[in-house]
Every structure is written in C-alpha cells, then in structure tokens.
Design a protein around this ligand. Sequence first.
Ligand code: BG6
Length: 634
Amino acid sequence: MCGIVGYVGNKQVVPLIIDGLRKLEYRGYDSAGIAVVNESHDLEIRRAEGKLRNLEEVIRLSPLDGTYGIGHTRWATHGRPTEENAHPHRDCSGRIVVVHNGIIENYLQLKEQLRKTDHQFVTETDTEIIAHLIEEYLKAERNFEKAVRRAMQDLKGIFALSIINADEPDMIIAVRQGPPVVIGLGDREFFVASDIPPILQHTRDVFFLGDGEMAIINKDAVRVTDFEANSVQPAIQRITWDPIMAEKGGFKHFMLKEIYEQPRSVRDTMQSRISLDTGRVFIDEMKNITEAEFKQFTSIKIAACGTSWHAGLAGKYMIEQLARVQVDVDYASEFRYREPVMDENTLLLVISQSGETADTIAALRETQQLGSKVLAICNVQGSMITREADGTILTHAGPEIGVASTKAFTAQMVALYLLGLYLGNLRGTLSAGEAKHHAQQLAELPVKLEHLLNESDDIEELSKEFFRATDFLYLGRGINFPVALEGALKLKEISYIHAEGYPAGEMKHGPNALIDERLPVMFINTREEGNRSSELRYEKTHSNIVEVKAREGIVISVLTEGDTMSATMSGHPSYRSFHFSFWLITSRCVVAAMSTNHATWQSQSPLSNKPTIDHRCFSVFAFSIAFPPMSLLK
Ligand code: BG6
C-alpha cells in the first residue's frame, strides 16, 4: 500500500504535496518522492529513502517549485526501499513521470519488449516500465492521453497511477485499476490522492475513480473516461468528515484517537437506523436486494479478512440468535478459491473497513458470478466493494488511519447487530417487545463506551506489568470467542507479542500445554444475570480459570460489575459497570489478576532490561474497544 498525491492549480505545489503525503504515511513510509513542473516546463524530481522528513531535507537543500506536480510515499513491493527505487519513475526522455500504488504482474514481459526498442531501465521496480510504455505509444499516437490509454490496456495487475508529461503543461492523468484514487474538485484547482485526508482541508467535493477509469485533469476541468475512451460521468459526493477527523486530533497516535472515537462511530453507525419506540431497524442503502429476498434467504455466508473476519464471526452469533437463519463464516482468501456452494437463496455478506481488500472483492465477484446476491458492510462510501455489492450497510466510523482496525470493528459489530435485528423483525423471529428491548440497550452503548474510555488510566498502569510478556492466550465462549480472537490479533498487530485466541472449551484439547507461571491467560468471562445460556457459559469458563490457576498460570479476567466468583480467582479483577470492558483490558494488557507469584514474575523475568516503555506500553496499552452488547444475546 503506497500513498499518492497530485495537484494542478495556482498554489505552490511542493508544500501542498508534502503535507498531503504526510497524511498518507500510514499507507507506506519506506521512501518518498515528488515531481514538479515549473513555469518554464522543466520537470524536476526529488526522492529520498526512508521517512518523508528525509525527502523534506533533500528539498530544503535543493529547493524546487511549480504549480503542478505529483508525489508518492512508498511501501515497497518490487525493488528494495532505496532512493533510486523511490517514485516518481520516468521514461528515457525524462519528460514522462509516473507514481504508482499497486503491482504490475506482467512488468518483466513488458520490460523485455521495451528493451527491444532500446528503452534503458535504471530501477528494479515494476512501476518504471509504465513511463517507458507511455513513451513508446506516444511515438505512435502523438497524443499523451491516447498513449496513456493504450499503455493501460497492456498492464496486468492492480494499479493506481498519477502521470505527468512535461510537454503537456498543467495536466495530470490519474488512473485506477484496483487501489483507490480520489479526485478533489476545487475552484480552478484539482487534487488526486489515494485517500480523502490529503484533500479534505482543500475541498469536500470529491469522487472516487472506478476500476478501469482514468481522469484527465488540467487547471480548468476534469474529464473521466474508461480505457476504451468512453466518457464516464463521475459520482461526485460531498464529504462530511471535518479535516480534524482526518488528523490525529491531539492523540499521540491515530490508533489511540480512533479508539476514543468509538462512542461517536457507534452512535453515527446506528444513527437514524433504529426506532427506540418500535425496535424497528431501517437499512436503506439497498441497491439491488429486496425485502422479499431478505425474507427468503435460507442461509447467509460471511466472507472477510483480518479484524473484519472476527466481526463476521461475532455476527454469526448475533444473526443466528436474532433471526434464526444459518450463518457460515469464511476467510475471504479461502472462500474465493473453494468454489462455495451458493444459490439464489444464499446471501453473501462481505465485511470490509476499507472496501478495497482484494480477497474480499474477489469473494464478492465470485458470488455474483454464481448468481447470488451480495450485501456489504463497509466503512468507505464509493469504495470498490460498495460500488459492486448489491446493497451496502455503511458503517460511519470515519476515516480509519491506524493500520490495525479499531473503531471500524465496533462499528461493524453495531452494523451486524442492526442487520440481525432487521432480519429478526422481517422474518418474525423477534417479538415487538424483544426488538424494542434490544434497540434500547443498543442506544445506551455510546454512553457506556464513553464511561469505559474515561476509566482507562489504571489499566495503563497495569499494562506496564505485561509489556515484557512474550506470549498471551485469549479465551472466551460464545460471542466472547471472536472477541478473544480479535484481542489476540490486536496484541500481535501492534506489539509483536505472540498471542492466540481460542474457544475456552478448547483449552483442554492442547493449548493448556502452554500454561505455566510465565503465560498470561486473558479470560473474557462476562455474564448476564438471569440469562440461562450466558450463566452456563460463565460457569464453564470459570472452571477453565480454576484449571489455569491449578497450573500456576497468570489469570487476567474481564468480568461483569459485581462478579465475585471469578474475581477471587483473579489477582486484580477488573470490574466494569457492564460487560463491555474486555477491550479496555486487552489493549491495556488488562486488569491482570496476577497470581500470588506476581512478585516472582517481576524478579525472575528474563526481560528485566527495560525496553522502550513508550513503544510497547503504548502498544499493549492503546487498545480499548468496548464491545457490542453481548448481554443482549441470550
Ligand atoms: C489488514 C489490516 O490489512 O486488512 C487489518 O491490517 C484489517 O486491520 C484487514 O482488518 C481487513 O481490512 P478491511 O479493510 O477489508 O476490513
């Protein structure tokens, strides 16, 4: 994943592009570069290995300016992260330059072909051949736009491009085949970017390029065509996000900011979609799925990746419980290659924060080819998945810049819960009273989240006890199992501590071999008074806690306010007023209930030499996500 920014207008382009790239560094930061054309149509390039600040230093030492240009921040795929492999890349004449996000699968074949017509290549990248390919077609076409279009037809793979030809003043051509390209519409100025944040402080009017489309941008206008030169009418939309939402909002890290944005993202995701009086749910973004079809589906398959897959697994518990329809959950990367059994009575539900995850898009397309409908839960309007799905439930988490998904996860949970309620209402498996009860509980969630997030300092203290741990085990039953999986994933993603999530009932079938006085075992053992199956799960999990204690294991538990039974088995029970605390603990490495050998842990710990607190503490600390109302499920 790389970041692209381009600009045509009257402003000084260099600071504008640099600032835009800074907002895209989450997409890649192993090298960066910029190409600018000045008043006298000279094209200048500056590139640097490493973080953006290295490029800024190169520009400080060797300034350049102009009123249109393109920039790139890289996450290397082809060619090492070096200055010469940094983008932009140019052709033999040095007049055509390209920045690229994606992978050209047939670049070696094309390189061989171009070598036959004396093109000289200076980098190891796949991107460089694009500039030479355009140069080659320019000889025949004598028209930059046509040359680009012909070149695009030769490329195989995924590519988001911004291209300049210094002989075509004030023009940028942006191309999309796969990764996202956003075009920003200003007053006699236009922006290209891989995402919305770089554009937001300049304009709110944007459109996403579609797959197989290219935008020809100059100072006066933008034209969009497909690769066959057919004109395309872009779907312009006004972004309501304020620029700050795209910035860190004063938090040390985007991830922390996004964790604290959960009350808003959950509130916005359920906003105007649920009636507290009737419990009815309104999911209005259905392009091509009718209520009759929702009634008739006999099974639902969920396909997703990473955190979205964990949300899908929890969604299975919710939807099966609320709507009594069978739900199966697949990793999209498996689903797309296993020839799933689908028919018109099976609905595929794809879940994706970005709406651009290749495996999930492939699962969607595979399913549509099999003649089944696809519903999407997605966070980015206009993204590929929302464009191709038969219907979309948008989560309103806002831009998620932290690579590890957080607020989008809880927003996905709320969207899944809303879908469960919607289907339950529609299919008559939920009484009006039950629907109303669930709706009210859901409506209380944002406030409970705020309460939870305001209580996190003590957990930060606790996290400092565990950031030296090398392994963690997360255990839960029922809907707490996917929660355990997500907790383990987050710990891995942001702290590089090895962590595994398991159904608590599986502990005795192998994982218990890992348990000793060095292994923190995180139990999610919430319960709802008077709810028989919740009580049953609680008791079973409690006996697992006892087993771990018997093996001198370290028990960290997330309990429901007032729970004393499991609390006594845990050194530092974490009481929260409601079930939702699990995430607070996980991220903050929990309210560890260290067994009496807590002290021994300290002294014996081979990790006694203090690594940088900031890094690991933050990483095990940073992660408080309250979780949708497990208690709402029987
Ligand atoms: C990975 C991210 O790249 O993609 C995960 O690191 C994310 O956090 C996964 O869950 C799936 O992404 P998406 O956008 O399809 O939900």
